[in-house]
Write a protein that binds this ligand. Structure first.
Ligand SMILES: [Fe+2]
Ligand SMILES: [Fe+2]
Length: 283
């Protein structure tokens, strides 16, 4: 098995030395029920004719629940990733990898604590079963052999997709200041995590017989599609909790919303491009 670039991992660990607790980096007082959390162009129903008829408090509540959805996706990914990573910690692991993984887990723990707090910040009802991970992505994240090309490609997807959304959000007018804080903390750490995941993927690909690459592409394509669907369209119940009865119908409308579809396409494009540069065929 090829080793990931140890010089890079040492550099990333060095950059992680000055740890800042994400919980202390967010102005939590701004994340209240009376505030909009996400700007309208970042919402799943924006652009539909029906959007214009929605009352301001419904739009505001939806902006809160759509961000809660993103927080749930982050919690799930980090939970599964940390479970896999802790099992790889062993005395046989190269020193550079061991240290880097510890840094990454410290940072992911901080993010997850931040996500938990964001979900609970406004004391909005969030039923325990409302949010479910996408089936294939969940299976792959748990079962793909750790250290293999599929696992690291899935990790690149899991980190890069939300990162591109966070980066876009930070630049939009009208984003809640606490949401911007959360995105900023996450983007700074994710830049290192994505660099490390790419290095691990590159090392894993060197071990992979070229003939196997085309076999992984359909799985990866499905993974991106399922994940983006969950990340960019909250569960039906979140629409209902926002004041929109028949949530399934609203979710279907969001998934068919051409404005939303092009928003999602633009956010996914850099991730797809990155994966295709490794030889995966995703379009
Ligand atoms: Fe994270
Ligand atoms: Fe990460």
């Amino acid at each position: 098995m090829q080793n990931a670039d140890h010089a890079l991992l040492r550099q990333l660990s060095e950059n992680s030395q000055r740890y800042r607790d994400p919980l202390a980096a967010v102005d939590w007082t701004r994340l209240d029920r009376e505030a909009c959390w996400l700007p309208e162009p970042a919402l799943s129903l924006y652009g539909l004719a029906a959007w214009d008829d929605l009352a301001p408090d419904v739009r505001r509540r939806l902006s809160q629940y759509e961000f809660i959805n993103v927080m749930h996706a982050g919690l799930w990914l980090e939970r599964v990733f940390m479970q896999r990573l802790t099992r790889r910690l062993s005395s046989r692991l190269a020193r550079a990898e061991y240290e880097y993984f510890l840094h990454e887990m410290r940072e992911e723990s901080g993010h997850s604590l931040m996500f938990l707090r964001a979900i609970e910040a406004a004391r909005l009802p969030v039923p325990a079963e409302a949010w479910r991970p996408p089936a294939l992505a969940d299976w792959l994240a748990r079962r793909a052999p750790a250290g293999g090309a599929l696992f690291w490609a899935a990790t690149v997807v899991a980190e890069d997709v939300p990162d591109k959304f966070n980066r876009h959000l930070r630049g939009l007018d009208g984003v809640n200041p606490a949401v911007r804080d959360i995105c900023t903390v996450h983007c700074i750490d994710e830049a290192r995590h994505i660099a490390a995941a790419r290095a691990q993927l590159e090392a894993a690909l060197q071990d992979l017989p070229r003939a196997l690459l085309p076999l992984l592409s359909p799985l990866l394509r499905l993974l991106v599609r399922q994940y983006a669907r969950v990340f960019y369209a909250p569960p039906a119940q979140f629409y209902e909790l926002s004041g929109l009865p028949h949530g399934e119908r609203w979710r279907r409308m969001a998934l068919r919303n051409p404005v939303r579809q092009s928003f999602v396409r633009e956010r996914l494009a850099p991730t797809l491009h990155l994966l295709e540069s490794y030889g995966f065929r995703l379009q």
